[in-house]
Design a protein around this ligand. Structure first.
Ligand code: HEC
Length: 191
């Protein structure tokens, strides 16, 4: 292949190969190689979905906590990756691709309801449902002929989804000051 194209949003573009995969497993879009970026990003997303699915299955057969904080963490990482790609695709005026990524983000986010149900956190369930509704509104706005998509409305709906993600994060997420890792607030980690 030729020269590696510049990447948008990649912290270390020199590492960003044709698949658009940056250091630390981040996936970004490379200009001029959307096809490759898309295929590989989707492959990675699917692989991580299988991973989460398989470990949840295992936990269930052992009658262990069905949806552990680790499951939540990997599900959220996938939601984050996929939703990030939704944003990139919208910026690039590619609603079709954005819809693809959105479906993956939505699927993965929807599974996390189990975490909150197991712990009977009704408020989080409400925040999650609200988020899924906003994703559906975004999906609907992009589900028209490409030349009829109102990209400004789409961008606004996408911002509303992000705001809804943030509402839950502000309430239930904390960041380790040293490792910078995100975790669910410690009050929810108690057995
Ligand atoms: C109902 C609550 C809730 C909603 C809604 C929610 N999140 Fe999260 N999210 C969490 C919690 C709790 C954590 C911390 C858990 C963890 O990362 O271990 C988290 C962590 C994350 C992380 C950090 C993962 C990591 O460890 O690097 C990302 C990225 C993320 N969320 C993205 C999103 C996006 C994007 C949306 C919206 C499309 C969203 N989340 C919606 C609760 C939520």
């Amino acid at each position: 292949m030729g020269i590696i194209p510049a990447c948008s949003g990649c912290p270390s573009p020199q590492k960003c190969g044709k698949g658009g995969i940056c250091g630390k497993g981040r996936i970004t879009m490379c200009h001029g190689s959307l096809g490759n970026a898309r295929r590989e990003a989707l492959a990675i997303l699917s692989a991580s979905l299988v991973g989460v699915g398989a470990s949840i299955g295992l936990a269930q057969t052992r009658q262990y906590p069905v949806f552990t904080p680790d499951h939540l963490n990997s599900a959220m990482k996938t939601v984050g990756l996929a939703f990030n790609l939704v944003g990139h695709s919208i910026e690039k005026h590619d609603p079709e691709l954005a819809k693809d990524y959105l479906a993956r983000a939505r699927d993965q986010l929807a599974t996390t309801i189990t975490f909150w149900r197991d712990r009977k956190v009704e408020e989080a369930i409400a925040l999650l449902r609200d988020n899924l509704k906003k994703m559906d509104a975004l999906d609907t706005a992009m589900s028209v002929d490409k030349d009829k998509v109102d990209m400004r409305a789409v961008a606004e709906l996408s911002r509303q989804v992000s705001a809804s993600c943030e509402a839950c994060h502000a309430r239930y997420r904390e960041q380790d000051p040293i490792s910078k890792e995100y975790r669910v607030k410690s009050e929810l980690l108690k057995p």
